[in-house]
Each structure stands twice: as structure tokens, then as C-alpha cells.
Design a protein around this ligand. Structure first.
Ligand code: MOS
Length: 728
């Protein structure tokens, strides 16, 4: 491995010049000659029957070309996993972000003006806002065919928790709540639809999977797949929020019906109210252990807010089930979890896909157990955490190289040294004033890579080599969406490495369904592994053909991953995932006990990328995850009242800025090549998010002696809790 030339180098990102010079065209930067403009009419109310839609007045407005309603959509239901969401609602709206009409006009001002004149007569229905009461008999149904508003329900049974609890010498029973989170990507949803030179209905937009978008557009319009083309340009972030359709089908519909280019861009408010959020989940945990700290039983009950449509709620709760007890070995486990329909904005994919919520509760359970038993939390984790050949709660052996104990030991050593330095500098670096208190917390985590749970997994890629005696240039075709994570560069590095050529000779052809096969989405920390394998295979085949004197030398096609298994419906037993990433993090905070403000002083994040294809990009993923997790933990307060999103602006939904982030962040890469993954690579896109929030809670407790069981830790709540605590 030591003779690698390109893999392992922090090569310059292929898109960096275009991005810093402004040459890169994001979705809303791209325009077509003669394009029309679309303004959507959103429901603006959480639950109502549509009595009538009258477009007469709006259609008479100057510049208005057409107004589309649900009647114009051939198959008016779509969905990434299951089609349950109308493209344009005809009989009922289920959340404020539901779309009812698309007004098309010569200018955006004309479209906006006409949109206000569409007359929709609604009959409001009772609004379901709370997943707990949504399941009660008699509750209004969000979907008539979904009794008790249950979107998806899972269970896991391993061993016998009942007798294990009877045997336990200590039981920790607590409830936790994790909130919704908005992705707040830089670029709101936007795109252009047009008919291409071969007559295909084409959408140029930003997303996480060109081919999933293509499939859903084709289904809704009732057109063959090859009549739909999806192209991505530069993408301004995604984080899971672009897994679902936003503007794609409406753009395709209007371009197809009008045979003219059309443009649609959501405002920030429409974006925040319109796309899915991280699931709010309420978790009840009961853990039993022996006095020496050995975990023997865990029972987890969880209710997740699926919002108005299924989206990926079922898959998130599937993922939740396997990671419900965190990265620990517990022989007796019982999990019952359900995703419940409400009239809130749908819950959907967001970096971590259920794991941040499970880690939050599991890591705090460990902390409470450590405190009750008087055992050092690091030692308690080491005693119980997953090691090689350990059994997961799905009763399958965890595959690959399990570096979790090593990461935790590396972290513990770092934190000890740091605190020793701190003590030495005591007086200077310790608490800056009397009412500011410092504390440190740690947490560990795991995240599976790839779809898992029996979902077919794999990827397409193609490599074409040109040159005479030597390779002069190599075309690399991949549909992998570069959402900002840098996957195009990583894949180019893999190709260059296999081909033995400098990366400057790789020409990327990306994200266009007309010329590239399906790589699968930018999700589940999967692309560097699974698209990486496909690229490696394509490059190897092309090189063989090059050596056999074929010109141009072509290689590639589908690479299929070994199968995983569907969980047994009763026990959840299965071989769930092929690959895992691990992490161990420490965070040092300073709490202002008067104002409740929490300042992050230092983060130490220890992660194992297996093999860092591009170390700088890996660290970028870790730093980005940490900032995003900080927002979830401290400032991002997603407010939805009676189904209405109140925090629909970036001035009311506060993501961390450069002024808020940790004073110092140290990312430590401990590379232990995995047995799965090209070059031993692991997926690193999500894991750093997973560990952070519980570490913050522990740090605040270390500083103040007060435990919190929810997020975000808003200053006013922290101050109130501290003042209440000091009175006791
Ligand atoms: Mo991701 S949260 O798997 O799009």
C-alpha cells in the first residue's frame, strides 16, 4: 500500500477553481434562451380538503402561459421509496409545503402575481401535530389507508430482556428527545426543464441521485425512462435533503406540456417549509447492568415524527433499529420503534439517517450508568463496546476491522494530555470568570455505510482510455453526485491510481443520465466505497484493454456489492451492513451560568477512514459534520406550531457561523484499512455527526452538574435549568 501515488494525497479538488472564480453553474445560475418562469402555489395550510381550484382569473393575467394542476399529471403520486405524495394536490393537502398549482408565465413577476389570483376553496381538517396522540383511536387520519397514522413500525428481539432485567444489579431508565433539523444548504431548490436535441424531457437541477430523479419523473409523467434526462451541475449542499424530489417533476411536466424551457427556484422560506427534515424522535431507554458495569439488557421504545408523507421515514427507522443501543454489545435487546404520520413537514434523510438520534440516547445511558456506578465513562465504554467478531443486536457478526476500541483509547490519551497541559496553565486557561464553568465530555459512535438491510447495492462506472503507446488521457464517467463532499475528486484519484497516470490526465464526465449508468445516490456514506469499487473495476478493465492494444480502450459497467439481508420482522435478525465507520470525540465547553450560553473551546475528533483517499477532504467532512452537529445541539431551533413552520428563515433558524464554531478543532485520522471497500476505505460522510451531540451534553454536565435530555440546548433553557438546580 505504501507505493500508492495518488490515493492518499490531498490533491486539489477538481471543482475548486470554478467554484472560487464563480464559473461553476449551480442550479439557479443556469438559464435557457426563451425560458418561462414557474411560481408554485403551495397549500400554506397543514391539513385540508380541496373543494375547488379556480384558475380563471389567474389565467387572464398578462404573460401567463399555463397553469398546471393535479389533473395535468398522468400519474399524480411520487416518492423515493413508495409513491404516496401528489405532485400537485387534487383532493387534499397534508402539510403547508404541499404543492397545488404551477403557474407558468413569461416573467417571474407575472407568474408570482398570477399565483396570488388562483382561487382555492379549502375545507380545513383537524391538524395532527403530535406523533404520540396521532396513534390514539379516533385521531384524524393523515392518509385514509394508514390506520392509527402508523407509517412504519419495526421491532427487534434478542435474548430475553425480562429475565435479564430481573438479574440486573442496576437499571437506568430515562427518556430523551431529539428535535427536527433543517439542512440549510447554501443553495435552495432550483432547476431548468427543457426538451433536449434528441427530444428528451430534460431537467438540469441539483440532487443526490440523477437516476432516482429520472425514475420518479418518468413514473409521474408516464413516459419511458429513456425519454427523461436528468443532469446535475454544481450542487450547493444536500446532506440528505435532496434525496427527495422537489422541483424535478414540475419542471419536467411544464417543459413537456409546453415544449419550451422553464425555470423554477424555491425561495429560502419555501425550501425550509418544503423539504424533509431530520426526524424528531422521542426515545425511552431502560438498560440493565451488573455492578462491574457489564451491560446485560436494553429496552428501547421510540416514536418518530414521519410528517405528512413517507419519504425515507421507514428506512430511517429500520436503520434506527440496528443502532438503537449505540456501539455496544448487549446480549438481551428489545426495540420497538415506529414512524408516525402527522401534518408536519415530512421527516426525511439527513446526515446520519437515524444514527445521531440513537447515539444521543445510548451515549447518555452509558454516562448515567457510569455516574451511578462510579466507573470512569471511558472505561465503561471500553468494557462494553463493539470489538472484532462481536455480535450486533441484529445477531450478525460485525464485519471488517473494528477499530472502535483503538479510537477510544487514542482519544482518551489525547484528552488526558490536553487536560494536563490545561492544569499546568491553570489560572490562565481555566475558567475566565467566576460564572463561567468548563467541562469535557466524550462520546463514541458507529455508522453503517451503504443501503444495508437487503437493498440491492452497487454502482456503474465507465473508463475510456486514449493514447498510443501510453495513456494520454482517460475519460471517467460517473453519475455520483458531487454535493460538495468532493466525491468526483476521490473517484478520479482511484481511477488515476489504478491506471498509473497522474490525476491531471483524468477527464470527468459526470451526472447526466443520457450518457452515464446509475451510480446510486450520494447517501448513506456510500459513494467512495460503492462508486469507488465500480470506478476501480472500470479502470482495471480499461487498462487490460489498453494493454491488449484496443483503442480507445474501454472498461466498465455495473459493479454489484455482495448482498445484505432483510431483517426478520419478529426479531430484526439479519446480516444488515457490509461496512462501518467509527468515531470517538471529546468536546470541551465553557458554560456561562448566568446567561446559559455554551462556548465550544476544543473538539478532538478521532476517526478511522480506513484509507483516506484524500485526507484533506476527509477532514473537511469531519469539520463540516461537527459544525452541523453543533447547530443541532445548540442553536438550531426548528419551530413548527399547529403544522406551520415558524422558523422558515435563516434569520430565525440559527445555524452556526464562523463566530460560533470551536476555537480549536483537532481531527485525528487513525487509518485501519477495512476488509471491505476499495483500498480499505470506509464511508466518512456521516460518522462525525453521530458522536457530537451527546458529548456536548456530557461536557455541560461536567461543567455544571446538570444533565439535559433534549436538544437544542438553548441559552434560556440552560440558564433556567441551572438556576433551578442551584436552588435545590
Ligand atoms: Mo443521506 S442522510 O443517507 O442522504
Amino acid at each position: 500500500m505504501s507505493n500508492l501515488k495518488t490515493v492518499g494525497q490531498s490533491v486539489l479538488r477538481q471543482d475548486s477553481w470554478d467554484k472560487v472564480t464563480g464559473k461553476a453553474l449551480f442550479a439557479n445560475d443556469f438559464s435557457m434562451k426563451g425560458e418561462l418562469h414557474i411560481k408554485l402555489v403551495f397549500a400554506g395550510r397543514p391539513h385540508a380538503r380541496i373543494i375547488s381550484i379556480d384558475t380563471t382569473k389567474a389565467l387572464e393575467q398578462p404573460g401567463v402561459v399555463a397553469i398546471f394542476t393535479g389533473k395535468d399529471v398522468p400519474h399524480n403520486l411520487y416518492g423515493l421509496i413508495k409513491a404516496d405524495q401528489p405532485v400537485l394536490c387534487e383532493d387534499k393537502v397534508r402539510f403547508t409545503g404541499d404543492q397545488v398549482c404551477a403557474v407558468v408565465a413569461e416573467t417571474i413577476a407575472q407568474a408570482e402575481k398570477a399565483a396570488k389570483l388562483v382561487e382555492i376553496d379549502y375545507q380545513d381538517l383537524p391538524v395532527i401535530t403530535d406523533p404520540q396522540s396521532a396513534t390514539k383511536p379516533g385521531a384524524e387520519l393523515v392518509h385514509e389507508n394508514k390506520p392509527n397514522n402508523i407509517a412504519h413500525k419495526v421491532q427487534l428481539r434478542r435474548g430475553d430482556v425480562q429475565s435479564a432485567f430481573a438479574e440486573a444489579e442496576i437499571i437506568i431508565e430515562r427518556e430523551y428527545h431529539t428535535p427536527m433539523q433543517e439542512h440549510a444548504y447554501l443553495e435552495p431548490e432550483a432547476g431548468v426543464g427543457y426538451i433536449d436535441e434528441e427530444g428528451r424531457v430534460t431537467v438540469r437541477t441539483a440532487g443526490q441521485s440523477t437516476h432516482d430523479d429520472q425514475r420518479q419523473i418518468a413514473q409521474a409523467l408516464g413516459l419511458p425512462l429513456d425519454q427523461i434526462r436528468v443532469i446535475y451541475g454544481a450542487i450547493g449542499g444536500a446532506f440528505g435533503g435532496r434525496e427527495d424530489i422537489s422541483v424535478q417533476i414540475v419542471l419536467a411536466l411544464a417543459a413537456w406540456k409546453l415544449q419550451r424551457p422553464v425555470k423554477l427556484a424555491w425561495s429560502r422560506e419555501e425550501s425550509i417549509s418544503g423539504h424533509g427534515k431530520r426526524h424528531a424522535i422521542t426515545l425511552r431507554h431502560k438498560w440493565g447492568a451488573r455492578k462491574d458495569g457489564t451491560l446485560i439488557a436494553a429496552q428501547v421504545e421510540a416514536i418518530s415524527d414521519a410528517g405528512a408523507y413517507l419519504s425515507t421515514s421507514g428506512d430511517v427507522i429500520d436503520n434506527f433499529r440496528f443502532s438503537a443501543i449505540g456501539p455496544y454489545q448487549i446480549p438481551n435487546v428489545k426495540v420497538d420503534a415506529a414512524a408516525i404520520f402527522t401534518n408536519n413537514v415530512p421527516g426525511g434523510a439527513f446526515r446520519g439517517f437515524g444514527s445521531p438520534q440513537t447515539a444521543f440516547a445510548a451515549e447518555l445511558q452509558i454516562e448515567h450508568l457510569a455516574e451511578e456506578l462510579g466507573i470512569d465513562p471511558t472505561a465503561l465504554r471500553l468494557k462494553n463496546c463493539l470489538v472484532e467478531h462481536a455480535l450486533l443486536p441484529t445477531q450478525s457478526e460485525i464485519p471488517g476491522v473494528v477499530s472502535l476500541p483503538l479510537l477510544l483509547e487514542t482519544l482518551a490519551e489525547k484528552v488526558d494530555n490536553h487536560q494536563a497541559d490545561d492544569l499546568e496553565a491553570a489560572g490562565k486557561t481555566r475558567s475566565s470568570s467566576k460564572h463561567k464553568k468548563r467541562g469535557t465530555g466524550i462520546a463514541i459512535g458507529l455508522k453503517n455505510s451503504g443501503f444495508s438491510f437487503g437493498f440491492p447495492e452497487g454502482s456503474d462506472a465507465k473508463v475510456i482510455l486514449h493514447g498510443d503507446a501510453e495513456i494520454e488521457r482517460a475519460e471517467l464517467y460517473t453519475a455520483a453526485a458531487d454535493v460538495g463532499q468532493g466525491v468526483h475528486s476521490a473517484l478520479a484519484q482511484i481511477a488515476a491510481e489504478v491506471l498509473g497516470i497522474p490525476i491531471s490526465k483524468i477527464e470527468l464526465v459526470t451526472s447526466d443520465t443520457a450518457v452515464i449508468g446509475d451510480s446510486g445516490p450520494a447517501s448513506a456514506s456510500r459513494l467512495t466505497i460503492f462508486a469507488g469499487y465500480a470506478v476501480q473495476q472500470a479502470a482495471e478493465q480499461a487498462l487490460e484493454n489498453f494493454k491488449a492494444e484496443n483503442r480507445p480502450a474501454v472498461g466498465g459497467g455495473r459493479w454489484d456489492a455482495p448482498p445484505t439481508e432483510k431483517p426478520d420482522p419478529e426479531t430484526g435478525a439479519c446480516f444488515n451492513s457490509l461496512s462501518y465507520a467509527y468515531g470517538a470525540q471529546a468536546v470541551e465547553v465553557e458554560v456561562d451560568t448566568e446567561t446559559g450560553e455554551i462556548k465550544i473551546l476544543k473538539i478532538t475528533a478521532v476517526h478511522d477512514p480506513g484509507k483516506a483517499i484524500n485526507p484533506q477532504q476527509v477532514i473537511g467532512q469531519i469539520q463540516g459534520s461537527l459544525v452541523q452537529a453543533q447547530g443541532w445541539a445548540l442553536t438550531e431551533n426548528f419551530i413548527i406550531e399547529e403544522g406551520y413552520v415558524k422558523s422558515d428563515k435563516l434569520s430565525t433558524y440559527l445555524i452556526p457561523t464562523v463566530m460560533d464554531v470551536a476555537i480549536e478543532t483537532e481531527s485525528i485520522l487513525v487509518e485501519r484499512p477495512d476488509t471491505f471497500g476499495p483500498f480499505g476505505v470506509r464511508g466518512i460522510g456521516e460518522i462525525a455527526f453521530v458522536c457530537f451531540a451527546p458529548a456536548i451534553i456530557s461536557a455541560v454536565h461536567d461543567a455544571t452538574g446538570v444533565w439535559f435530555d433534549h436538544l437544542p440546548l438553548l441559552p434560556e433553557q440552560v440558564a433556567a435549568a441551572l438556576h433551578a438546580g442551584s436552588k435545590q
